[in-house]
Ligand binder design. Sequence first.
Ligand code: NAD
Length: 266
Amino acid sequence: MNKTIGFIGCGKMAQAIIGGILKAEKVSAEMIIASAKSKATRAYVNETIGIKTTSSNIQVAEAADILFLAVKPNIHQAVISEIKDSLKQEVIVVTIAAGISISDLTDAFLRPIKAVRSMPNTPSLVGEGMSALCINELVTNEDLNEVKAIFSSFGKVEVVNEHLMDSIPAISGSSPAYVYMFIEALADGGVKDGVPREQAYKMAAQAVLGAAKMVLETGKHPGELKDEVCTPGGATIEAVGELEKQGFRSAVISAMEQCTAKIKNL
Ligand code: NAD
């Protein structure tokens, strides 16, 4: 792709995305520029990821054909006020901030812009991201294909209706955190029985990876796959029964409700 991709803010999520894009080798490092407030972050990103960094958000805005706003939602507005007169005419602006709507974006720019609202996740860093996108009416099919190509370079991408976007963080944006907790818990359970910790993490993580692949690749309902593991009268159904007794599913669903409520109040 022969477009300059700019990032305003270069924290955990931007670094995961940039790392993913570069690993996929669809865009070269010279075509990516990022701004960060902290000198230490700029030096780290410059040295470890190898892209150009700057302290100037305006410099990034002036250079970018596709501009990612990768700052926290509470400073989104201030950043837009700072850069709004420095954008290229045809720039595509992509926000990754949770809870920022397309109309928040376009209102802040005070002019019609091509706007993409996205919700990626940190496994983008290892090429296994899950991103959801929605767009406004100024984004052409060609623009959307370019943006999708960027997101698919580090994982899977789904285009959704904007009214669903506030629910996506709970499913795929934040959920890696709950999955890490699950992996940690599986490993702790193994360690309790004497399995060496490093082996326990590997086994737990690979089991989660394998189960996820089974869902994605067999097309079977997760309930059917669960049933296939549960021998009648066996040990797995004992564990499943205990998880149900402890409210495993409802704990997950309640946690997701809390996550979504927080997003809606950001
Ligand atoms: P982070 O704190 O790691 O990164 C934010 C970066 O913005 C920092 O490097 C900070 O120095 C920089 N920054 C702050 N003020 C700035 C300014 N005025 N100009 C330029 N840069 C500035 O946060 P993060 O986890 O990378 O989150 C960034 C965005 O990504 C958030 O809006 C969040 O909602 C979204 N997001 C995060 C995740 C995740 O898993 N972390 C997932 C999906 C979406």
